[in-house]
Design a protein around this ligand. Sequence first.
Ligand SMILES: NC(=O)c1ccc[n+]([C@@H]2O[C@H](COP(=O)([O-])OP(=O)(O)OC[C@H]3O[C@@H](n4cnc5c(N)ncnc54)[C@H](OP(=O)(O)O)[C@@H]3O)[C@@H](O)[C@H]2O)c1
Length: 346
Amino acid sequence: MRPPLGEDQAGKLAPKKTLHLIGPGQVGRAFLRQLQTRQPETLRLVAVSDRSGTVFQREGLVVDEIVTHKHRGGSLSECGGAETIPTELAIRLVSADIVVDATPSKSEDVEAAVLRGRTALQCGASLALCSKNGLAEAAAEWLAPATRKRVLVNAVLGGTGAQLLAELDELQRECQGLALVGNVTTTAIITAIEGGASIEEGIGEARRLGFLEPDATLDLDGSDAATKLLCVWSALFGSTFTKSPGLASVKREDVRDLDPAALRERTSRGATTRLIARGGRSGTELRVAFDEVALGSPLAVPADRVAYGYELPSGLRVHTGLGVGYERTAQALWADVNAKLQETQQ
Ligand SMILES: NC(=O)c1ccc[n+]([C@@H]2O[C@H](COP(=O)([O-])OP(=O)(O)OC[C@H]3O[C@@H](n4cnc5c(N)ncnc54)[C@H](OP(=O)(O)O)[C@@H]3O)[C@@H](O)[C@H]2O)c1
């Protein structure tokens, strides 16, 4: 029988893993609240970085104080002893066992995101992500055999990332194409429009449900779905020797250009619409479009989940995930971190 969490075979307390959180925003704070609730005995939060700086305490930070300070709109640089140094330097100096990156997924910040992830991996850390831009650019590099076991992407892909990594070798060999319904915001908007709402009312509903990205444009213009496509495409078909295709290479449709009448016409025929991100091995035809989907299709998921479809010789394999919205995204992150802790217990 395995000893209880936190104790080794001799009944002594196991050494704690250290964790550095980058980005105490909505998801980051929800993740910290999970830590508070679960109180894992084998994990110690030693550093948190925001845009202004890093707080670091080798013996462990007081989670509650940080959550409250950030919730009130404070900057970490205002906290006693904070270091106002670049985040990648903080990652190197702290050198935690696990780095969680919960920073925004803006395309203009890709280089900084890649640098942060690369630094964490070079320092020997496990890298748990919910931000997507770094992975979209560097998935082939980070998921190469040398570092794959230390890259955790469950939360990036709506809670399906752990399944993807578990099947990565097979999917890299067998998968011919991708059909991903990864953006729940557009699913919520479509559902509202199908029920009679205007596009603006649909967007309002998605906002009410808490689905909109900090920068809503990323959801509305298809960039979020395209970034997730690039993450998966690069993980399966990318190579460390060639550059990632990049966001500009993905053709995208904007939800604000939809024709509500055309969507309702599809429902009158027993079909529905989903924003589907598609791409094949060659990477020449990457696109994100509002496609018609049969109501019984595994891709016709409701707005509380994502569906990642992998075209295999045996048919379409679909991974479904519930990691949507900031609370569930934080849970998907926690699942990754917890799996890492369990691994080191074995
Ligand atoms: N919200 C959701 O429902 C959801 C769902 C799935 C995935 N995601 C992804 O999760 C990530 C975080 O989303 P969020 O809603 O939590 O964003 P958010 O509320 O805007 O928080 C982002 C945090 O990152 C920090 N940050 C930005 N640049 C940084 C840098 N260079 N170094 C250190 N910290 C930095 C910000 O610092 P300041 O506090 O100083 O501004 C802020 O604390 C995004 O990539 C998003 O795409 C979000």
